[in-house]
Design a protein around this ligand. Structure first.
Ligand SMILES: [Zn+2]
Length: 68
């Protein structure tokens, strides 16, 4: 169920290719979920494997600073 809440722990962040440093994606993630995942499974959402247009392949994408 998708409910529209006002403001939550969800953050808009940018993803940057670790190889060519190209700024590729903007995504939103839930900071609470991230913390929960680390605690429960020891895994982190980041870095992510994403397709980079410049590298023309899947590369590791790092979390960039949060966007305004
Ligand atoms: Zn790249």
């Amino acid at each position: 169920m998708a409910s529209k809440k006002k403001k939550g722990p969800r953050q808009a962040v940018g993803l940057q290719c670790a190889e060519c440093k190209a700024f590729g994606y903007v995504t939103a993630y839930n900071k609470n979920n991230e913390t929960l995942m680390k605690q429960t499974s020891g895994e982190s959402t980041f870095p992510l494997s994403k397709y980079c247009k410049r590298c023309k392949k899947h590369t590791t994408h790092k979390l960039m600073k949060k966007l305004k």
